[in-house]
Design a protein around this ligand. Structure first.
Ligand SMILES: [Zn+2]
Ligand SMILES: [Zn+2]
Length: 135
């Protein structure tokens, strides 16, 4: 599927071809910390299927518990997460689904790092729900 993405301020724009079956939720503690949220949704795009259209993301190289290094790309102006990839010899870009225009159609097909998932996630469908910002 063809997807387009942009950061919140619009300085960075990109496009990719992705496989809908590869959309996944990550519950790792690094994703929780870096997003400031409870989990992250990602979809991989091969290098040949990923194209930056505007802007140049800033990067941060994080070192995982295992010692593996992952380059995190984000907008240096508004902070939106764009992708993660290897530090060198980049072949696959893990796109952040929240920044893709088609995110409503990108339904997660699996979850990883479930050991660190928030224990309350299964209960959110029972919470009081308001359509927009409550007044
Ligand atoms: Zn931005
Ligand atoms: Zn993660």
């Amino acid at each position: 599927m063809h997807v387009t993405g942009a950061c919140h301020c619009g300085q960075i724009r990109y496009e990719a071809e992705i496989d809908l079956a590869a959309v996944a939720i990550c519950h790792c503690t690094d994703c929780q910390k870096i997003t400031g949220s409870s989990f992250r949704v990602n979809v991989p795009a091969k290098k040949e299927n990923f194209k930056m259209l505007a802007g140049e993301p800033k990067t941060y190289v994080k070192t995982a518990e295992s010692g593996a290094k992952r380059l995190q790309a984000f907008c240096g102006h508004c902070g939106t997460s764009i992708y993660a990839t290897t530090e060198v010899d980049q072949k696959v870009f893990g796109l952040r689904v929240g920044a893709l225009d088609q995110r409503q159609q990108l339904v997660p097909q699996k979850q990883i790092w479930c050991d660190s998932a928030m224990p309350w996630l299964g209960k959110i469908t029972t919470l009081p729900s308001v359509a927009k910002q409550p007044t």
